[in-house]
Design a protein around this ligand. Structure first.
Ligand code: SF4
Length: 438
């Protein structure tokens, strides 16, 4: 257990004199017990996004129980994920785990010919017994390549936290993407899972900008994976796609740096970074985005009266916290006390943090007891945290918001800015309505 104060280099900012300076922002780094999901949970939104993919976890009963609990009612809808449970015979070395896996995969693909991409997902148990799922994927690919592509990545709790599972999946997927020809036209790639409705809205905006070639990763079907090369410009739609960004750069693609598209301001900054790369003129940009901006501002104003001046404390969960804090502070007028994140990727979020006042504590990692003590002492009006902490805080008289909802609810883009503000405002309104006393 260690606690380290580090300094985050903030991006170059204009000094009042007109010069530039790097101002380091202190970051509290904590290690200790942490209350977060493992990367397996990302399968819950990934399997809904890629409609011809099946995610086969190679793990234990614990992993199966986690998925059943986290997926909630989805498990009754014949979801496209399952767990191949490593039994005692496998652990004792009495069975060849690879043979068992091959049999399970053959049975599964026979029963479900609609599966066009099978994803083997590593877990803590498969890692501990050193089961090489990448090799298994290669072997199974050779066997089933006529009907189905097989790939592997790790969602284990040893290696990944919650949304990082998507990052490891995307990174594995990027290594498999077809190469774009050197003479291919300039294209835009948006990286990180977005709701279909949001993708459709952004697609209309890109068309309004006159961008002809654009795609989203992950794609809705494994058969429509985009090609990537030196003429690809990519932009992250989610802050946790760190290794995916590195993998794309490794494939020759060029990153467009921008804040994340949360709220009216975040979405406008994100779109204007794209517009700049694709030489979209100011008039065209304004004509395409002005109506959406006006609608977003109006929708956020509805919740602003509930959020203005309210003190908010964010526990680490999905890595979206710096962007959520920026939205809350700048667009909803909230007063942020602490913004915690499981990992702080300086390159991706320093733009977000630069928009926040210096007084806000930024923390990376977690020592949950210390953080609970800080939250109690700060007496926030709203605590954004996981389900494991929410009800105990409510019992103590605090108002809470389950952080997982920001991952499952469509919140990016202009049309969702009002819904995003509403997610924060609703628990405050409910407490006021119920007149709950501390
Ligand atoms: S992968 Fe590890 S942390 Fe996640 S459910 Fe399985 S055993 Fe638990």
């Amino acid at each position: 257990m260690t606690t380290v104060i580090d300094r985050l280099n903030r991006p170059l900012k204009k000094k009042p004199s007109g010069g530039t300076a790097e101002t380091p922002r202190p970051v509290l780094r904590e290690r200790g017990q942490h209350e977060v999901f493992c990367g397996l949970t990302s399968i819950i939104w990934l399997h809904r996004k890629m409609q011809d993919a099946f995610f086969l976890i190679v793990g234990s009963r614990t992993c199966a129980h986690l998925m059943q609990s986290a997926a909630g009612v989805m498990i009754f809808a014949e979801p496209r994920f399952a767990t191949a449970i490593i039994g005692e015979r496998d652990l004792a070395g009495m069975a060849d785990v690879n043979d068992e896996l091959d049999k399970i995969v053959a049975r599964l693909l026979e029963r479900r010919p609609d599966i066009k991409m099978l994803v083997l997902v590593g877990s803590c148990p498969s890692e501990v017994i050193k089961l090489d799922l990448s090799r298994a994927a290669q072997r199974l690919n050779a066997e089933h390549h006529n009907n189905c592509r097989v790939m592997a990545y790790s969602g284990s709790g040893i290696e990944t936290t919650f949304t990082q599972g998507e990052d490891t999946f995307l990174t594995a997927l990027i290594h498999d993407l077809p190469a774009a020809a050197a003479a291919s036209p300039q294209s835009l790639l948006v990286v990180g899972t977005l709701g279909d409705v949001i993708e459709d809205q952004f697609a209309r905006i890109f068309q309004g900008f006159g961008i002809e070639h654009f795609s989203f990763l992950p794609s809705r079907l494994s058969s429509s994976l985009p090609a990537v090369g030196s003429n690809t410009s990519f932009i992250l739609a989610q802050p946790y796609a760190n290794d995916a960004a590195k993998a794309l750069i490794g494939r020759g693609a060029k990153q467009i740096a921008a804040p994340f598209p949360l709220g009216e301001q975040g979405t406008t900054s994100w779109l204007s970074a794209i517009a700049e790369r694709f030489n979209v003129g100011t008039a065209r940009f304004a004509a395409t985005t002005d109506p959406g901006r006006a609608r977003a501002r109006q929708a956020v104003a509805h919740s602003r009266k509930d959020l203005q001046g309210r003190k908010v404390f964010l526990f680490p969960d999905s890595q979206m916290e710096p962007s959520l804090a920026r939205f809350l502070a700048n667009e909803a007028g909230a007063d942020i006390l602490e913004v915690g994140t499981p990992y702080l990727h300086k390159n991706h979020v320093s733009g977000e943090l630069a928009c926040l006042p210096e007084t806000i504590l930024v923390s990376e990692g977690q020592h949950v007891d210390n953080q609970i003590d800080r939250a109690r002492a700060a007496k926030p009006d709203l605590i954004v945290c996981g389900m494991g902490l929410a009800n105990p805080f409510e019992v103590e008289g605090f108002t809470t918001k389950w952080s997982i909802e920001f991952v499952f609810t469509p919140i990016q883009g202009y049309e969702q800015a009002g819904d995003l503000a509403e997610l924060f405002a609703r628990p405050l309104r409910r407490r006021a309505l119920l007149k709950v006393e501390a």
